[in-house]
Ligand binder design. Structure first.
Ligand SMILES: [Zn+2]
Length: 305
């Protein structure tokens, strides 16, 4: 969405609240106390009144925004900027665009929006043919950030990257290629086969066929999916069969390191969630903004966050 269009659609706090109300109702408002689904809307208070027990639910209650004091329009503007930038925007730049004084609330808001994106993408499993590989993302340790050391103090974080890829063959020339659909990227706590298998089971449908190289950590993959094709690790075969995961890994590194310079390991997953969310919706164009607001409307606050 363009900024001029944003100003027309959302001139004030009220217009944002009404939009958010409709999106939450579409996703379904559930009473926290009695799990009833029917409510009446108290328009003056911007709250839902449970028809079952009378409990009131505020607009933000239960979502990742529940403890934020920022106006809803600030959240909306932030989501508009995140949706309109093709790659990514730093919190410093966002703070400037939103004309806010402090950096921390802006960073926290962006981080929650990324979390909502991650929660939304977690609902989908990868099907059919799935390419799988690992990428190593440099991360700055807290000490390295403090001391502002160079690359020497950076450690790498292991990320499992998966891409749905449909094989295509040109009937005239016989040339083989593939078409990509959805991507997932998961930070691995350890690089062991167990941690890979756990992420794989959460991300890939059991009827899928997985393509990977012959790394020893991939030894158990066939137990969890319909088939596992191991590809010879030479340049030509990996370029063909693991084309999309490699493309995604190099694009993600370029985007993340270009914008954020230093990412702490604990935060890497959220940045990857934003990257994948946008990559998976690369053809959405101006509709992306509304999808992000829906992701936030359907987000769940988890107290561990
Ligand atoms: Zn109730």
């Amino acid at each position: 969405m363009k900024i001029t269009e944003f100003k027309d659609r959302f001139p004030d706090e009220h217009s944002c609240r009404i939009d958010f109300k409709l999106k939450r109702e579409k996703e379904g408002v559930i009473c926290k106390r009695c799990f009833h689904k029917e409510h009446t809307w108290l328009s003056k208070r911007y709250q839902w009144h449970c028809k079952g027990c009378g409990f009131r639910t505020t607009l933000r209650s239960g979502t990742l925004m529940h403890d934020s004091k920022l106006p809803l329009r600030t959240w909306y503007l932030c989501m508009a900027f995140m949706g309109m930038t093709k790659k990514a925007m730093s919190a410093h730049e966002m703070r400037r665009q939103l004309d806010m004084k402090r950096y921390e609330p802006v960073w926290a808001m962006m981080h929650k929006i990324r979390k909502a994106m991650g929660q939304r993408d977690k609902r989908y499993e990868l099907f059919n043919s799935v390419e799988l590989d690992e990428g190593y993302f440099p991360q700055a340790t807290p000490i390295a950030i403090k001391l502002k050391r160079g690359k020497g103090s950076q450690r790498k974080k292991n990320v499992l990257v998966m891409a749905e890829s449909t094989p295509l063959e040109n009937v005239n020339t016989g040339k083989k290629s593939s078409h990509c659909r959805f991507f997932k990227m998961k930070v691995l706590q350890t690089g062991t086969a167990d941690s890979i298998n756990q992420e794989l089971r959460e991300s890939i449908n059991e009827k899928a066929i997985v393509f990977s190289d012959k790394a020893t950590n991939y030894i158990d993959i066939a137990k969890y999916v319909e088939g596992h094709v191991k590809i010879k690790s030479d340049k030509q075969s990996t370029n063909e069969s693991l084309r999309w995961v490699h493309m995604a890994i190099s694009n993600a590194k370029r985007t993340l390191l270009g914008v954020y310079h230093k990412i702490r390991g604990v935060n890497l997953q959220c940045y990857l969630d934003e990257f994948c969310y946008k990559l998976n919706r690369r053809y959405f164009g101006d509709r992306l903004f509304d999808r992000i607001t829906i992701a936030l409307a359907s987000s769940l606050c988890i107290h561990a966050d």
